[in-house]
Design a protein around this ligand. Structure first.
Ligand code: ADP
Ligand code: MG
Length: 203
């Protein structure tokens, strides 16, 4: 992927977060402290501020820089978790990734998030999107299948009771709301998949 394509990909993901920052904040107002949209917007602003230089970097360095920006700028519980995801993804992806490399980097990154968050799928967190999307990817799902799973899995957090993160303080009252981190993860995945599809890199 050339520099321009990498830049487009980063812009697409950042724009998805900017366009939905208020929605993410509203979701976090319902079961958290109402900062998730603001947190992620700040993080992706920092990533975009590193363009175009960031897009000249090979994948491992690009994801390392993006992960560091997440850790430093997003804050909250989600900053270190998204940061961990990108940092670990960058460690595994390699400079010229094929489909198998992306699947394996995604899976390693999920494991790193689980250990960082002491969490697993089913606890009403971003893992409830990352884990099922990882399965669709490793099963060879196409762009449409990956996007559909990202959206559906975020919806499936609505009836869950939060076991991790700030929402867990609400206990049963966390039921009936979509998890903000699950929603933001699905937005990032959908935007990335659309960008890769437009570039002809994904069917
Ligand atoms: P904070 O909760 O510190 O205000 P954010 O609002 O930015 O941070 O992010 C909240 C999101 O972080 C939640 O919706 C959830 O998806 C995710 N999250 C919180 N704690 C954990 C955890 N231990 N493991 C996985 N994800 C978590
Ligand atoms: Mg919050």
């Amino acid at each position: 992927m050339d520099q321009q394509a990498k830049e487009q990909l980063i812009h697409a993901v950042a724009t998805a977060i900017f366009d939905h920052a208020e929605e993410l904040t509203a979701l976090d107002q319902a079961i958290g402290d109402g900062d998730h949209g603001i947190n992620l917007k700040r993080g992706f602003e920092a990533v975009v501020a590193e363009l175009p230089g960031l897009a000249t970097k090979p994948w491992p360095d690009l994801f390392k820089a993006a992960g560091m920006a997440m850790v430093m700028k997003v804050g909250g519980a989600s900053g270190p978790l998204f940061g961990t995801f990108f940092l670990e993804f960058g460690k595994t992806i390699g400079a010229e990734p094929d489909h198998a490399a992306v699947v394996s980097a995604f899976s390693r990154a999920i494991e790193a998030v689980k250990s960082r968050g002491r969490s697993e799928a089913g606890q009403k967190t971003l893992l409830d999107v990352l884990v099922p999307v990882g399965i669709v990817m490793s099963d060879g799902g196409d762009a449409q299948a990956i996007k559909a799973e990202a959206i559906a899995s975020a919806e499936r957090t609505v009836p869950l009771k939060a076991i991790r993160g700030r929402a867990s303080f609400l206990g049963e009252r966390s039921i009936g709301h979509m998890d903000p981190g699950a929603r933001s993860s699905s937005l990032i995945i959908v935007a990335a998949v659309d960008a890769l599809k437009n570039q002809g890199l994904l069917q």
